[in-house]
Design a protein around this ligand. Structure first.
Ligand SMILES: Cc1cc2nc3c(=O)[nH]c(=O)nc-3n(C[C@H](O)[C@H](O)[C@H](O)COP(=O)(O)O)c2cc1C
Length: 287
């Protein structure tokens, strides 16, 4: 069992936002209830069709993606995706983004009162945010105003997780600000800002970004020893997850690896639970 932000989780391994589909795609490979949590793709108040194709490209250094926050909107999510996830017994964490503080507050009110929602993850770090019309939170004080608005409008007991980018220069300052504004934990980090070959704003994720995210977790642990931190970025094995936990993360999220192998989260969770010994050497596979 893992305690995070006042929640008791079945495992320290969670599914990262946007990488587990609606949940149905992953449930075929193992019970969602055995994971620490399922973070939904980022929801906005109104449905969004997403950006132009191609949205995801494989490169030698990881996945480059510009999904453009494609999602069914709040009503679509409440009507179709949330009831199914709740039925699975999954610990549901809903990721949100808004175009204004008012929109964030409305998302918080509606989702916080919906049965099955355990926590809200505020996406403060979408790598293509400037082109997607979401509230600009590049400055920490803007991020803090979003967290404060969400925190204020959530029922008591529903924690706010603040998802930051793995910006080694500003992560401590950003984390301090959002924690002061009411976040119960920080999630670090999102995909690193990158570009599609045609120059569109995009994110880079996968093993290439692991050392950067790990550095952020270690810096947060050193500078903000009481902060609860969730590590995310490039995790593909139990050994990777252990590195984040050893650096001071309370839990980890797995994203890109699920697109290559949808069993990854269940496998890493089982290996952590069963205490499979650490691998030595540089192998990236635990098979
Ligand atoms: C295809 C794709 C879609 C994503 N969508 C979202 C999203 O909607 N919201 C979000 O906060 N992060 C999103 N992410 C970022 C991941 O949740 C994660 O933070 C990032 O990819 C780093 O972890 P990873 O290397 O394990 O993938 C997405 C990543 C990918 C690859």
């Amino acid at each position: 069992m893992t305690d995070l932000a006042g929640l008791r989780l079945a495992s320290p391994v969670l599914v990262a936002s946007g990488c587990g589909g609606t949940g149905r795609e992953l449930a075929a490979y193992g019970p969602l209830a055995e994971l620490g949590g399922f973070v939904t793709r980022t929801l906005t108040l109104n449905a969004r069709p997403g950006g132009p194709q191609p949205r995801i490209l494989e490169t030698p250094s990881g996945l480059v993606h510009a999904v453009g926050l494609q999602n069914p909107g709040l009503e679509g999510f409440l009507a179709t995706e949330l009831p199914w996830l709740a039925q699975q017994g999954a610990r549901i964490i809903v990721s949100i983004a808004g175009s204004s503080l008012g929109e964030y507050a409305e998302l918080a009110r509606r989702l916080g009162g919906s049965p099955g929602v355990s926590a809200i993850e505020v996406n403060l770090s979408s790598p293509d945010a400037p082109t997607t019309g979401v509230f600009d939170v590049r400055e920490p004080f803007h991020a803090a105003s979003v967290v404060a608005a969400v925190h204020r409008d959530l029922p008591r007991g529903v924690p706010v997780l603040a998802k930051l980018r793995a910006d080694v220069v500003r992560v401590v300052e950003s984390a301090r600000t959002v924690l002061d504004a009411g976040a119960a934990a920080v999630v670090v980090g999102n995909a690193l800002p990158a570009a599609m070959p045609d120059g569109r704003q995009a994110g880079l994720s996968g093993p290439a970004i692991l050392p950067v995210a790990l550095r952020c977790v270690a810096d947060l642990r050193a500078e903000l020893p009481d902060a609860e931190v969730v590590g995310v970025g490039g995790i593909t094995t139990a050994e990777d997850a252990r590195s984040f936990l050893a650096a001071g993360a309370t839990a980890v999220q797995i994203g890109t690896a699920l697109l290559h192998d949808p069993t990854t989260a269940a496998r890493v969770a089982a290996e952590l639970r069963d205490g499979v010994p650490l691998h030595t050497g540089t192998s990236t596979s635990t098979d």
